[in-house]
Write a protein that binds this ligand. Structure first.
Ligand code: PMT
Length: 411
């Protein structure tokens, strides 16, 4: 497994001679474990056939903006939502100009406009076209809008000239694309994440639990690791693979989870509590399987420790992020929970009726003192990356304030 494993890469191909390299690029992306879909401009299809890219990507190639079949399945909005990243390679001078203008008159520009995932262009064109002030102004404007520009490389060009304008080689593009996910926003920091449900034993064969699948917590752990953090994941019982470079500690009950967290919390800078910890456990665990006899049975429950509140109350508490699983009054309940547990940030999600628990998608409303942000419905992997980027921002803001405060104090 590597960073691109399982990532949804939308490859845009514009009409230039370097379009032939997109075939090898698709092959290499898939070899890295990425899922690839291709959008071609009309011009691109003059240089390479959709069939080639369809065969290599394993998915139909998209090219029409107004396509009845595509609208029913993968129209421009669905494609934009599907993408974890959009890379346009090659990006011609014309495509770059149209992207800069915010046009949406063909499928590729429309997808780019609708895409809230990272967007990158890999320019490929004649040297003079690249150096032309019009293209350079367009590139500057794209960079100012956080669009990434990979290349171009200098060298001998298809037109016979020598200079900048060559498309980067496929392996260089794969590396650059990997860098979009490995942001470095948490490089050098240690993150402790809890995920999944807990199980509270009733007797040797029965327990109380909930529907948490661990997907959200595992996605957060993976996103934090990709952001450069050293990540420890304390996980309740789930059937998920451990994300790359993440240290996983398996636990069963809330009590186990609390111990695992307490043992490691002194070594972390950020604590993110995604686990759905059971609030109560049976007061007594029966030594033997309970027999059915009476028509009714009463279980006496005891309160479990609040792991998150315990961490936030530590004298040297890390930056703490809680989740709030709510069925109603989401904002009010989440804000109240943040204050009651004294945490830096809280990410609230609606749960129940097919939302939140055990679903591939989720949406979050994130609150902190003096701020909030909505992260709209998307798949949990993408959502986790957005959340981790936000956590990194807030964490660094708080960190810098503390450093400034201490510096003032000692002056
Ligand atoms: O695992 P998935 O299927 O992907 O589902 C994801 C999720 C819905 C479980 C996740 O997004 C989520 O909402 N997790 C928090 C669930 C929860 O327990 O919420 P809560 O509102 O009851 O708890 C608030 C916070 O306190 C949470 O950060 C929780 O981890 C923490 N807590 C709660 C109780 C307790 N005894 N100890 C805690 O640390």
């Amino acid at each position: 497994m590597n960073t691109l494993t399982g990532k949804h890469i939308l490859l845009g191909v514009a009409g230039g001679i370097a379009a032939y390299k997109s075939a090898e690029l698709v092959r290499q992306l898939r070899a890295q474990g990425a899922r690839v879909r291709v959008v071609m401009t009309a011009g691109a299809q003059e240089f390479i056939t959709p069939l080639t890219l369809q065969a290599l990507s394993g998915n139909p190639v998209h090219s029409e903006l107004l396509d009845r079949d595509a609208e029913a399945a993968m129209g421009h909005i669905e494609l934009a939502r599907w993408a974890d990243a959009l890379l346009v390679a090659p990006a011609t001078a014309d495509f770059i100009a149209r992207l800069q203008q915010g046009r949406a008159d063909d499928l590729l520009t429309a997808v780019a406009l609708a895409c809230d995932a990272p967007v990158a262009v890999a320019p490929a064109m004649n040297r003079a076209m690249w150096e032309n002030p019009a293209t350079q102004a367009n590139i500057t404007a794209l960079k100012a809008r956080s669009i990434h520009v990979f290349g171009p490389a200098p060298g001998k060009q298809a037109c016979g000239e020598v200079g900048p304008g060559r498309l980067l080689e496929p392996e260089q593009l794969v590396t650059a694309l990997t860098g979009l996910f490995e942001t470095g926003a948490l490089s050098g920091y240690r993150v402790l994440v809890t995920a999944g449900p807990t199980r509270e034993a009733i007797d040797p064969v029965r327990y109380i639990s909930n529907h948490s699948s661990g997907r959200m917590g595992y996605a957060v752990a993976r996103a934090a690791s990709e952001a450069g953090a050293e990540v420890v994941l304390v996980s309740g019982p789930v059937s998920l693979d451990t994300p790359e470079r993440v240290t996983r500690i398996d636990v069963i009950s809330a009590d186990d989870m609390q111990h695992a967290v307490q043992e490691r919390v002194a070594d972390c800078d950020i604590f993110i509590a995604v686990a759905a910890v059971a609030d109560y456990r049976p007061g007594q665990v029966a030594a033997n399987k309970l027999k059915k006899s009476a028509d009714q049975m009463t279980l006496v429950l005891a309160r479990n420790p609040d792991i998150l509140a315990g961490v936030a109350a530590l004298p040297d508490a890390p930056f703490t992020v809680g989740f709030a699983a709510e069925t109603d009054a989401i904002e009010d309940n989440a804000r109240a929970k943040r204050v009651a547990k004294s945490v830096d940030m809280i990410a609230a999600n609606r749960v129940g009726k097919g939302a939140g628990f055990d679903t591939p998608d989720n949406a979050l409303q994130v609150y902190w003192q003096g701020g909030e942000q909505v992260l709209p419905l998307t798949d949990k992997a993408k959502l986790a990356r957005q959340l981790v980027a936000l956590i990194a921002q807030r964490f660094h803001d708080k960190h810098n304030k503390v450093i400034r405060f201490n510096a003032k104090d000692s002056a």
